[in-house]
Design a protein around this ligand. Structure first.
Ligand code: GLA
Ligand code: ZN
Length: 673
């Protein structure tokens, strides 16, 4: 098993216990579809413990045995993401309280209080039972801990925990008052007991308070997880732990989810995984654009641990929760799945194995549809991918050779979104990150999307767009990165507030002044139809919009471009400063991808023996012996590529000669070099 790429998905036999022939068909189809790993029991608490203290594992024993019977593996779930009615009825404290202090009712899922002692205890009991029962089962492969942790609770327990967390962080109420700038509007606190979570009914305008609450939620979520996994670690110390992270749906497509500090959470799991649901075939962007968003999130989740991750959920056809839900067109399933492998996924799993018969997900795509057949288009696509994953299994554990890092910080996103000023409609942090990312993606330059805690020394180029909130620690790290020879790029909205969301006094913090050789004054925010221009010293002009930082250069800083209009016409718009062994570039305005492509291509080049096309993405994974190139046509047209040397396509095991080749729409090659 350890030499296979995982292929399988969420399996909910607990919905089908009255249908023994369906369960028998499942096992037959699993084998036939070349699947090998199943997340079982995610929402099965009611089937495992139908009434308090009465456990029923027989059905699960059989599923574990049957999956083992054909050589499959189980990612055994802990059932905490949804609870039985008896539990909510007897112990209402397990249910959440919302930010209006309303107690929620039983229903839905992902809605438990992270503090509730009863919930923690009950989860501990069932997790212990599962671990005891299956610790020696040969099918037990990993623990799928809960599901998509998210959300917050404002109950008395959570409020008290928040106060404790604050006390621990600030020690004294004076420290907190300073960090909250609480003299503003007479909000000075005398005691920690006066502090409540942000709420529309009370305080919501103290930015650092909002930030602390989000940080606390992340902390509590992880703390709850640690409570969940304690019995698992004790009883099955060798079974890896994972939980599934998410993408978050914004107006147009998904970006990494923003409910937890992923870098903190990633330290506590053995394998990073996420649930990928891009909106393929939409009417607002090209297929290649959608692909680049998926690639960006994949690179983020891979970079959390700097090693391969898993796609723990994806759909073989469509979802049921996008505004419009379209099935994947022929070819897209293989292409999009290998697209994730190209960026470091060592497994492609689905939500869901079998389409449920009733309730809210009955029209969500699945491997086995309501027709219960192995001959429909979706099933055949899955089976085809199963074959391909078997033929390319040597990819497993190979790495991604990124020399460029893009810094993404969810805390910066929180602070920036909360900031009242500049453009209040949408600061577009995610979109900006993605625009910078695309400038590399379209040039086939591999990128790590890293959180600020990561080591920078291994990168040739580090890019930190819209680094509005910059901690002293990060500033020091950036300073020493440049000093020791790194190339750093930053943009408008740089280094404005510290980690407590207090504005830095005296302009740009001095280590940043020193490396960039600039001092930033005002920032102009433009209405959507207003434009400025960034004019390069060679005369080439690019559009500047949304935000334009107005700044001065210090002696020695090179001005590479100036603004084209308005009262800051002729002022620097793009600069480069050589600092010690390295250099730092500052981009004053927001620009389009056109500028970023030209700019970054002057700083770094792809190192590939293949030439393609803008919509043909080439991504590399490698090990000590080989380089593997995933060549992917994310367009509806046939394209041409050219190889500098002959290479083997490990999907078909055919040799591809040096020279020109055609790649069909949605086509994909995996070439070994
Ligand atoms: C999430 C959940 C799954 C399922 C899918 C549907 O990722 O984890 O249980 O609801 O969404 O896309
Ligand atoms: Zn609570």
């Amino acid at each position: 098993m350890n030499d296979r790429l995982l292929h399988g998905g969420d399996y909910n036999p607990d919905q089908w216990l009255d249908y023994p022939s369906i369960l028998a068909d499942d096992i037959r189809f699993m084998k036939d579809a070349k699947t090998n790993a199943f997340s079982v029991g995610i929402f099965a608490w009611a089937a495992l413990e139908p009434t308090e203290g009465n456990f029923n594992f027989q059905w699960l024993d059989k599923i574990m045995d049957d999956i083992h019977g054909f050589g499959g593996k189980v990612l055994l779930a802990t059932p905490s993401a949804a609870r039985p009615a008896w539990l909510a009825q007897k112990y209402p404290e397990v249910l959440r309280t919302n930010n209006l202090r309303q107690k929620m009712l039983f229903g839905a899922r992902h809605n438990h209080c992270f503090s509730s002692p009863v919930y923690r205890e009950k989860v501990g009991i069932i997790n212990r039972k599962l671990a005891e029962r299956y610790k020696n089962h040969p099918a037990l492969y990993m623990w799928h801990v809960s599901n998509e942790y998210n959300g917050e609770c404002h109950c008395e327990y959570c409020r008290e925990n928040f106060r404790k967390w604050l006390k621990d962080k600030y020690q004294t109420i004076d420290n907190l008052n300073h960090a909250y700038w609480s003299a503003f509007w007479s909000h000075t606190f005398n005691d920690f007991s006066q502090i409540d979570p942000p709420s529309p009914l009370g305080e919501f305008a103290v930015h650092n308070h909002n930030l602390d609450w989000k940080r606390f939620i992340s902390y509590m979520t992880i703390d709850f997880y640690l409570n969940e996994v304690a019995p698992l670690k004790e009883i099955t110390p060798d079974i890896p732990l994972l939980t599934n992270f998410m993408g978050e749906l914004f107006t147009r497509g998904t970006y990494p989810s923003t409910g937890v500090i992923h870098s903190d959470f990633a330290r506590e799991v053995d394998v990073v995984t996420w649930d990928a649901y891009p909106a393929w075939h939409n009417d607002y962007e090209t297929t290649a654009f959608t692909a680049s968003k998926l690639a960006y999130i994949n690179d983020f989740y891979r970079s959390l641990k700097g090693k391969p991750f898993l796609i723990l959920e994806s759909t073989p056809s469509m979802v049921n929760w996008h505004p419009i839900n379209r099935p994947k067109r022929p070819g897209m399933h293989l292409l999009s799945s290998l697209g994730c492998v190209a960026h470091g996924a060592d497994g492609i799993m689905y939500f869901q194995w079998r389409k449920s018969r009733g309730s809210s997900e009955k029209f969500h795509g699945a491997v086995v549809d309501h027709d219960n057949s192995g001959s429909n288009r979706v099933y055949k696509d899955v089976k085809e991918l199963g074959h391909v994953l078997e033929s390319i299994k040597e990819i497993k554990d190979t790495s991604t050779p990124a020399k460029v890092a893009l810094i993404y910080d969810v805390e910066n996103f929180w602070a920036l979104s909360d900031a009242q000023g500049f453009n209040n409609i949408d600061k577009q942090y995610h979109q900006t990150m993605h625009t910078h990312y695309r400038a590399f993606w379209t040039q086939n330059i591999p990128v790590d999307v890293i959180t600020p805690d990561k080591d920078l020394t291994r990168y040739d180029l580090v890019v930190a767009p819209m680094l509005y909130m910059a901690s002293k620690e990060l500033i020091t790290k950036l300073h020493s990165y440049v000093k020791n020879g790194g190339t750093l790029v930053a943009t408008y909205m740089l280094g404005i507030v510290n980690e407590n969301d207090l504005v830095y006094l005296g302009g740009l913090p001095s280590p940043l002044k020193e490396i960039f050789g600039i001092n930033i004054g005002e920032t102009d925010s433009l209405y959507p139809t207003q434009k400025n221009a960034l004019i390069m010293s060679c005369g080439k002009e690019y559009e500047a919009f949304d935000h334009c930082a107005i700044f001065d250069v210090l002696p020695g800083t090179e001005v590479l471009a100036t603004y084209g209009s308005d009262f800051y016409k002729g002022n620097p718009a793009l600069t480069r400063n050589a600092f010690d062994k390295g250099q730092a570039y500052f981009i004053g305005p927001r620009t389009g991808e056109d500028f970023l492509v030209d700019f970054y291509s002057g700083l770094i080049k792809a190192d590939l023996p293949i030439n393609g096309d803008e919509e043909v993405s080439i991504q590399e994974r490698r090990n000590e012996k080989n380089r593997y190139f995933f060549v992917m046509n994310y367009s509806e047209e046939e394209k041409e590529i050219s190889l500098e040397t002959a290479m083997e396509d490990i999907i078909t095991r055919q040799e591809m000669t040096a020279g020109k080749h055609r790649i069909k729409p949605y086509g994909v090659f995996v070439l070994k070099h």
